[in-house]
Design a protein around this ligand. Sequence first.
Ligand code: NAI
Length: 686
Amino acid sequence: MTSKIKIHHESEVMVITVDNPPINAGSIEVRQGLLDAIAELESHAELKAAIIIGAGSTFIAGSDMKEFSQPLAEPHLPKVIAAIENCPKPVVAALHGAALGGGFELTLACDARIALVGSIIGLPEVTLGIIPGAGGTQRLPRLIGIEKSIELICAGARLKVDEALKLGIIDQVVKSDLLANAIALAKSMVGSKKRIRDISTPISTDQSIQAATQKALKAGKNRPQVQAAIDMICNAQALPIDEGLALEREAFQNLRVSTEARALRHQFFAERKLFKALSGNDVKAQPVNQVAVIGAGTMGSGIAIACLSAGYSVLLLDQSEAALASGVKKLQQFYASRLSNGKMSQEKVNEILQHFSHSSDWAAIASADLIIEAVFEDIDVKHEVFQKIEAHANQNALLASNTSYLDIDAIAARTRNPSRVFGLHFFSPAQVMKLLEIVRCKATSPAAIATSLSFAKRLGKMPVISGNTFGFIGNRIYAAYRRQCEFMLEEGAYPEQIDKALEEYGFAMGPFAVADMSGLDIAWGMRKSQSATRNPEHRYVTIPDTLCRLGRFGRKSGAGYYQYLEGTKFGAVDPLVTQLIDRDSVEKGIVRREFTSQEIVHRVLMSMINEAAHVMSEKVASVSSDCDIALVNGYGFPRWRGGPVFIAGEMGQETLDAELKKLAVVSGAGFVQANTTLLFKDHAEG
Ligand code: NAI
């Protein structure tokens, strides 16, 4: 036995315990140990059955992801599974915590599955760009049919075991004494085998398979692993199991080494790094029970919802009674819709709303542990609000600003205790968007950062720690991307062409559609305020200013880069904008030329990578993969492309630097080619 597998005997039952903390990942040592244990089970006549159980808090909660990036070492999981199936003695899987991916596939090799209530099972492989590769697509359909398997596997769904029991995936759910109950089940099965491979897949009609396929492909954005999973699941009905298993393994191996799977693994490891500052840190997070949100507008009401849904008590405060009423209404409507669409029970909604209060009286914030301001983006208003906060908050409360662009150090400097001031930059809609930038200021205390991280974790957000610079990490990279798109407008491309190229690449929306949606006036206001200090030598595209001068503020004014006709969902190309762009090129003396989609995407990616490299060299971000987390979770960058830093890694530094040199030439004055070294030093998967 390897050190990761422990065995002992309970009379005629062998108890095989997987002990590979923290998640009992199915590593090579675990696989070898299981294989050895099954061989021992077979060779000892006095042993009549076995159970496989996890030590600590979980069953095998997944495979060891690090192994996926290298050639897989023997023994592979299918070999372990075959050994269990071929063993004449019954083997029972005893689940608690999570049985996911390879861990769950292992249970499908067993003759029965018993689980502790509250455990979860699932095959999340598609979310990592692969498919189950150890029989998941062949055995699950034999239990629950083709359509349900397509639904669950293609969504990478996690199921609670009581649902799995109803579906027939789990044989027994127990409230306690998992080990004793599993041993009893194993004893009751002595002398019999109940292999899933011997069950025939329930027959489904082409029509119902087609319907399930269409649904899964749509939800799975037509990604290749989703199609592959469907093809394999269908084999469970069309082919003998061994043929189906061989094809599944081949598809799994091909997908495993694809760029897309590597990109998704990069995201997985990047996410795992996010909370590193929290674990292994001596500095403890302060307890947070009550959160006060100042400003009940777009952001404030969304932040209040995010905090309430995470179980915090929330006070929403606004100086304007009308704004407060509208924020409260938005919040109530949100929970009413959660109730009506069945996403939340009446009890849950009642419980949440019991923890909600609102006021226009500053004295109400006295009991808050964390105060987040989301008032107008104006430094004088922010100063005034922080003064009021300080006057009424308790002295241990932490004070955060949701500002997008203002200097939080300047805000902190006017407070009595700048060590408790920092930024919590949410994204709109705050209850939905996963990204949360935690802005560390000069004086911010380590306890404030630790508290922000644990707060973000409870909110289910992806926290990225940023230095306090203009635009932090995300808006800064996004601004460089938008600027590059504006350059291309001047040089020959049109908004609809750029948007289409980027949407086809995988962005949720193109930059001009996004600009129209969020409103062009905000950025215009910012540009006007910066005009006195802008270097006149730098390249500056005037098209957005011209649109604003014409009152074209985007969707809300009926026109921006596109025109928005009554009753239409999408913007239409406006000949006036086309003319305006053509005229701008003439005025600048630029001869317009054709752009391919490929060139548009390339320039966008290079501009993002360049800015990410600046962000790293200026120490605004300390982990390069945080830039990818920000872009994917806050700006609609396709997750399966990995992010700009991943793409840089794929290119290699020499090629990248040569491309950035070319980008500097086409971008003109004001573009600074970054030193890319730090993008290569700190790789998410390393
Ligand atoms: P908003 O205009 O929708 O809401 C601001 C609210 O603050 C209003 O209800 C107003 O009555 C209230 N307010 C103003 N002065 C106040 C004072 N002295 N005391 C109490 N309440 C006061 O603005 P929005 O969009 O929610 O933005 C708020 C902050 O969040 C800004 O700093 C903005 O830059 C930032 N932000 C905005 C994002 C967005 O997409 N809208 C995204 C991320 C950050």
